[in-house]
Each structure stands twice: as C-alpha cells, then as structure tokens.
Design a protein around this ligand. Sequence first.
Ligand code: FAD
Ligand code: UDP
Length: 398
Amino acid sequence: IFARMAQLISACETRRPASPAVHSRATRLADALVVGAGFAGSVMAERLASAGQRVYVIDKRPHIAGNAYDEYDSAGLLVHRYGPHIFHTNSDEVLRYLSRFTAWRPYEHRVLSQTEHGLVPMPINRTTLNQMFGQNLADDEATASFLASLAEPRAEISSARDFVVASVGQELYEKLFYGYTVKQWGIDPSELDRSVTARVPTRTSDDDRYFLDRHQCMPYHGYTRMFENMLDHPNITVLTGTDYATMPRHRFGHMVFTGPVDQYFGHRFGELAYRSLVFEHETRAVEYAQPVATVNFPSLTTPYTRCTEFKHMTGQAHPMTSLCYERSSAEGDPYYPVPNPKNHELYKRYEMLADAEPSVTFLGRLGTYRYMNMDQVVGQALATARRLLVDTTERMNA
Ligand code: FAD
Ligand code: UDP
C-alpha cells in the first residue's frame, strides 16, 4: 500500500509539475523527508516529529529498522535478517533515549574462534593464550609479560595488520586475524586502517565478553518492535518499499539522507567502496547448536567468517534453533564502509558536496561513510537533530 501511495504521489507530480512558489509550506506533503528507516533515519524522524514537524520516512526495503531488522522465521524463532546485532554502549543518553521505545533484556555477548587448538575466546584473553600456547598464566601481570614476549612493536602503527602484530605478534595474527580479515574485507589487512582490528583489543584478564561497555542489552521484544514504537507518531508517515528516486523531493522542506552519500551525488567522483554480506539462515531441530552466540572462523579454508545462534541473544525458549552464517562479498547491498586512506580521501570530496547542500542532512553509516555501531549512529542522530531544530527555531524567529 505504501509503495502504491508513493507511486501515485510521484505520478501526480509527473503530470503536474509545480513551481517552487506553488509549494509553499501549506501545500507541502510534509516538512521533512527522511530517506532510510534504520537507526539514523528513525531517530531523526522521531525527534523532528516530536518537535512538531510533519515527517515522511521512506525506505526502499519492504520494512523499517534498516540493518537491525528482526523477524520471526517460519519455525517461530526470532532472527536478525541482516546478521547479529548486539546493543552495547557507554552512553547513558543513548540508552535513556532508546528506553522510551523498548524494555531491555540484559545480555553479554561471547565469541569463540575455531582454531587448531579448539574453540578459543575472542578477543584474545588469558584463556586464549593458555589454550593456544599450553601456558598456565595465572594473573594479569604474568599475562602481560607473556604478551610482551610475543608482541612485535613497531614505530608506526597505521594498518589493521600493524595493530595486531604490534600487540600480539605474527603467530596470533596469522591464526586469528589474517584469514578472517581477508575473507571479511577482500583485501590484505595491511591495506586497512588500524581502527578495524582495534575494535577487538587484547586483554590480560580472563574476561571473555566481546564488549566491555557499561550497558549491554537486547530490546526485550526485538529491534523491529522498538522501531515500530519509535515511528508510531501522528506526525510521521512511513512508506516502505519506496526508493528516494520515486519521491517528489520539492514537496518537502528539509531532507535527511541516510543512504550511500556517493549514490546521492550520482557517483560524481567515482564509487566509494563498500563491503557486502551474504547471510545464510539455517533452522535446526536441536535446542542449541553452539556453546555461545557466535563462533568465528579465521581459517581461509572455511568460506564463512562467523556463525551466530540467535537464541543465546534473544533468550527465546524454543525446542529448535536458528543459525546465521555470514559470508562477505564485493557485490550486493552496502553494509560496511571500507576504512582506508584511499576511501577516506574520496569520501572527503563527497563530504564537501554534502556540506554545500544546506537543505539536506547526511547521516548514518552510509550517509557519512563511517564504520559506526548502533549506539554511535543514535548519538550522531540525536546531536544532529538538536542542531537542526535550533537552526529551524532561529530561522523562524529571524
Ligand atoms: P542502515 O541500517 O543501513 O539504514 C539505512 C537505510 O536506508 C536502509 O534500510 C536502506 O534500505 C535505506 N536506503 C538506502 N538508500 C535508499 C534509497 N535510495 N531510498 C530509500 N531508502 C534507502 N552495531 C552494533 O552496535 N552492534 C552490533 O552487534 C552490530 N552488528 C552488525 C552486524 C552486521 C552484519 C552489520 C552489517 C552491522 C552491524 N552493526 C552493529 C552496525 C549497525 O547495523 C549500524 O550501526 C546501524 O544499523 C546503522 O544504521 P543506519 O541507519 O546508519 O543504516
Ligand atoms: N577480526 C578478526 N578475527 C576475529 C574477529 C575480528 O580478524 O575473530 C577483525 C576483522 O577484520 C573484523 C574486525 O576485526 O572485520 C572487527 O571485528 P568486529 O567483530 O567488530 O566486526 P563486525 O561485528 O563489525 O563485523
């Protein structure tokens, strides 16, 4: 229905093009058009709507929630269609804001990596070292000095490879990082920014949680329900299955664009690199298939990077279980910006174009070409909404 409405709207516009003067505020469809119903777009839409603006939110996918979309599969298991999403943050503000739209289930994520020494904790911790090197390290101090004996310090740490080798040495780099990173990104780790592998820093303790943030939890009824609550506002109209290209842009005031920034500008300077993923979902007639939510496969002989069993994360009681294998790909929907100097330079050129477009705000992982977690995107959207609303008030008062 939403897609049809959008088609009708744009068909009317094609037949009866209007001059900007005709579309005064009274004849506008809405004050703001938000492209993308993921975290960036939905938070922005909610903030603008709560400040009294009429907002249209569109998404080319047939659903809201962007990459965080979850749904019940045919066996009745709650799964994340676009791979595992675990909420973690150190921001009280972000947690407080999202808590308006959901209750939470406490959850701490754990990951094991499959190696010739069996399943070992990732990120590398004391247990990982004891298992892989047959050690009996008993405390942080002993672990730190063992790590120092493995580490290969270097003057400059710029790449994803440098970061790992400098902190844990070549052997652990090859066994736990090299293959995973090559599969995930399709390039050698020496061609990626250090920030990529810095996401999984080594520990000297035996803490085996994947994240150390103060707040770690999952939306009690899932992400999609949380987004439904966020977008359930009388000032918000949601159109799914609707591409930006089909919308009558001139019938809206401001626009928030959370799709790929290079696409918005018609790839004027060339295409920014994105990494895509293929998600293979599998339902099994066993209660649990893995000891933890995620098992990583760092070997190049396994095509997948990781496999996630959702029930660990959702806490759902069910006699069956659902798994998701992730395989990386150059083709397909853009999921990850590829952080390296070349892409950064190209993005800077698009950012200059974006900054020169006063009636459009670019936001989110794709709109600002940044490898951000969900909480960072929410934080970015909240801060941007505040700025935008102050600007609007100042314009109206001027
Ligand atoms: P998106 O969720 O991508 O939303 C953008 C939306 O814009 C999309 O729905 C898209 O369809 C729509 N769109 C694009 N172009 C158009 C167009 N032309 N017209 C209409 N609509 C358009 N973060 C965490 O914090 N924890 C995790 O555990 C975690 N796991 C992840 C696992 C995977 C496999 C991936 C890929 C990401 C993960 N993330 C995780 C990151 C998280 O997904 C992002 O931070 C967040 O979803 C970004 O929100 P966004 O709104 O910027 O982008
Ligand atoms: N990584 C790795 N081996 C692992 C886990 C991570 O080499 O077992 C590297 C890999 O390059 C990956 C990056 O660290 O892309 C960041 O990992 P993270 O789990 O944060 O990736 P995401 O969940 O964002 O896909």
